[in-house]
Design a binder for this molecule. Sequence first.
Ligand code: UT7
Length: 325
Amino acid sequence: MRRYSRITGTGSYLPPRRLTNADLVAELARDGIETSDEWIVERTGIRARHFAAPDVTASDLGLEAARNALQAAGLQAQDIDLIIVATSTPDMVFPSVACILQHKLGANGCPAFDVQAVCSGFVYALAVADSMIQTGAANRALVIGAEVFSRILDFKDRTTCVLFGDGAGAVVLEASETPGILSSDLHADGKHVGILCVPGNVSGGQVLGDPVLKMDGQAVFKLAVGVLEKAAHAALAKAGMTEADVDWLIPHQANIRIMQGTARKLKLSMDKVVVTVDQHGNTSAASIPLALDHAVRSGQVKKGETLLLEGVGGGFTWGAVLLKL
Ligand code: UT7
């Protein structure tokens, strides 16, 4: 009998400090940076974001999300035999956030590693965990997206600092005789490294380069809508399904206009798109599991429904995972 993987619990966590656009506009104004609630809402759909306290790391946020997901699945930390964390804002150069989180959680012994695919990180991590479960390498995985993007923002650059937030989301993925994950489709094209990057590096005890986020927003925007449509169609084709079979699209939460463009291309009404970017901003690898958990807990998304998760971001990376909840 074929082995599948299935999501049996979701969880998320947002750090308590919430900044509305008005709060951020006032903070930036103190440093002479001009922006407005109107511009941010009109261009992105973002109204608020959360920022972690200075001593809080990605593993701290991921830990809370993981605990919530375990509770939803009715499992203990010791039941987990694989931990994958998607992040681009790790606690340290090494070891991985996954190892640090594993110890905090008390799941010591199981394989634990990070996946770095920026805003596509969660769909990459979910596809990897699904493969490991299908082959029998794992039975019960925690797949987590955790980010403290506020650490890598340049608060003098209004074109990027208003877009991002901190947070974490997690799922428990268990072996199952029925799907579960139906298909996935992952891609990367490294020729676009320069349009979205943090061009800093640790060398000889110093940071070389500029360790803050740089983005050519328009280039990213144009690429994003096209590749998201292709990945969605590829994932659907692999599962022998069409757009009509999708109950919910849960895209990476970067910009409401990208989500609207993708939905239009997929002939899906916005009523079928889970949107949390207004309240969370862009939390990179955390955005999809955060949106999923909010949709599950609010009753918007229900067991048995077909979900299409889609990520896109730095690398350039993109991908989709199609699943039955
Ligand atoms: O998570 C990874 C994926 N990332 C994304 O998906 C981001 C994709 N890109 C985007 O979402 C959009 O390109 C942005 C939201 C980043 C920018 O929106 P846009 O409609 O492409 O604006 P723009 O860059 O063309 O800028 C328009 C104007 C410019 O002024 P001029 O040159 O027309 O006078 C900017 O200087 O808006 C100005 N501007 C701002 N004004 C007020 C840029 N940032 C701000 C700001 N407040 N924060």
